[in-house]
Design a binder for this molecule. Sequence first.
Ligand code: NAD
Length: 321
Amino acid sequence: MLIVPEREIADLMTRKAAFDAVEKVFAAMASGEAYNFPVVREAIGHEDALYGFKGGFDRAGLTLGLKAGGYWPNNLDKRGIINHQSTVFLFDPDTGKVKAMVGGNLLTALRTAAASSVSIKHLARKDAKVIGMVGAGHQAKFQLRAALEQGTFEKVIGWNFHPEMLPNLEEVAKEAGLPFEAVELTGMTEADVIITITSSFDAILHADHVAPGTHVACMGTDTKGKQEVEAALLARARVFTDEVAQSVSIGEAQHAIQDKTIKIEDVAQLGAVINGTNPGRTSDDEITLFDGTGVGLQDLAVAAAVVDLAVEKGVAIEVDF
Ligand code: NAD
């Protein structure tokens, strides 16, 4: 069995490798070659922790496994370690033998950022110039960095519930040599692409904050009850997702489905656009919306990629197990 510790991931994994792995596995999910297992997520009644498993099997890439982990809200204050903790386990699909154990913390951030970036590549207008960020926490920086690599943006605008966090966005814009402007939510109509990445439980971004032709990537809602955008926005948009079952139950579409603003048939897989079986954006006026709920196969895809890189660079630890 190979071990790739968390400390090695930053030097091994690139945003490009994460992008390629996620784009490929979204395509495999849409063609039926890869599927996610039902998610287990439990409040374990200890340290206020939420713990669970996300797994799946990609028959095309022969990747089988799971990510185990969750959220320990007291970690940072009590122990000086980050609150999100996860580890990916990969298994040999021919034998069931464990193949690798991989640190999953940074990989989770990179695979989540890659997902909105893949959605921008396939759904945003090719002439998109202004990117709007709603959210400015830990994950927002990853989303913005990956999005800017699409190469079309000239300006970053941002809004956050806690305005004191906006310098996080400004820092990433500066890295890319782009101007940054803090705006009110009404100012988001200037954006050609909007990424929402907050832990909100109420709609922040309303339908009239979004101009025709915009691509919106909703990345924060990954649990029942969370919400970032008004259900009316989904009714105005063509809606895409990583996994329809998750989108309508724990993703942004859960609310629009519940109040019957949209139907399950209105939610399409982004992978189908990648494969060319769904046309994706069909006009410059259309609003497209990607509901990125985060699937186990994304974790397995980036973990498999990082194991290959670790073997190549001789930093994978081999144990007889
Ligand atoms: P963080 O704690 O670093 O940042 C939280 C963000 O939410 C900040 O911008 C904060 O200002 C904002 N926020 C907090 N309370 C709010 C409120 N009541 N209303 C509006 N905004 C509020 O967290 P993070 O690591 O940046 O993660 C952000 C979200 O992304 C979380 O909800 C997390 O669960 C989710 N996430 C999703 C995926 C996925 O695959 N879809 C992956 C990782 C994280």
